[in-house]
Design a protein around this ligand. Sequence first.
Ligand code: NIG
Ligand code: FE
Length: 403
Amino acid sequence: MTGAGSSTVVTGIGRLVTCAGPDGDVPVTDRSVPAAERLGVREDAAVVLEAGAVAWVGPAGDAPAADRRVDVGGRAVVPGFVDSHSHLVHAGDRSAEFAARMAGEPYDGGGIGVSVAATRAASDDELRGLLAERVVAARALGTTTLEVKSGYGLTVEDEARALRLAGEVTAETTFLGAHVVPPEARADRGSYVDLVTGPMLAACAPHARWVDVFCEPNSPHAFTGEESRAVLVAGRDAGLGLRVHGNQLGPGPGARLAVELGAAAVDHCTFLSDDDVAALVDAADTTVATLLPGVEFSTRMPYPNARRLLDAGASVALASDCNPGTCNTSSMPFVLALAVRELRMTAAEALVAATVGGARALRREDVGRVAVGSRADLAVLEAPSHEHLAYRPGMPLARALDL
Ligand code: NIG
Ligand code: FE
């Protein structure tokens, strides 16, 4: 961010990808412009940043004077990634669960209990330190907006604590008390849903922008459609926006519930029926289908069918889902590489989904693009173009521009 009153001109941008269309003015919410056109590529460009926002975008030769000059040496610049799905407040280690999965064990959400125990046992400062390291790691790979969920506390105090800590690093905080039914509540699921929709929600809502639920009848640990509906309706009544984990492990009601209740996003979308896809297409201006291919990479599950969603006209985002169980990476470049290689998205579709798509999923107009008035969130690539993100997987090609 630039300090108030000071301006910075970023020059030496060999290729600027604005994600704001050919004239730099396509809003986040406008879905009519195809990805390739939305890229809004400009060669030899400059950007002026002032008071934390983009003040000017244009040819390097026309750049106005500014208090400070940052030369990026011919590199490409893209909007900072908008990672609309992460679970960064947790302690503990589940590498043994990953190893067991690689040896053939399926994922069913049961390992979440391991993270819950470790997270409850950690001090505030331990969790704060772990969270800070994870935010730094995400930013080091180009992420400038990060949604962070609770969900490894699962008591009133531990969920509220997770959200207080998350609120120290992002405005995009999500209450996920309905992540799984914790071990101590298994005998009485109904009471746990009452806790989540009652006292836990009351304690957490002041610290959260969103409510989320792991709607997954295919897992004995997660929530049915009706339980999920109760959680989402209570969250909505408490003033929170809605998000859903849906259709991750098998077919289920998550996507249709998200659409019916006007959720901002339904995330995973790995097992969708034709009716689910049709519902997401009808609701494309409201509900984003967020794909998290790092999860399928790390669980060895089938990848979601991105082409089916994109070709039908659904609104698609890409996010990391960084979490200790199903995907322990916050690397959006890795997610983009998977999206191109495994989901058959074009490089343009993947970049737009990881920037503008994430902004839509968070209902944010001020991030995801390099456009006048947008936040001063740029990612610099150690590469001449965004295509290198998929072409050179695993390489540290993107970083958030620090000013
Ligand atoms: O998005 N599916 C539910 N939650 C996480 C996994 C959490 C965990 O296993 O710790 C997810 O994949
Ligand atoms: Fe998740």
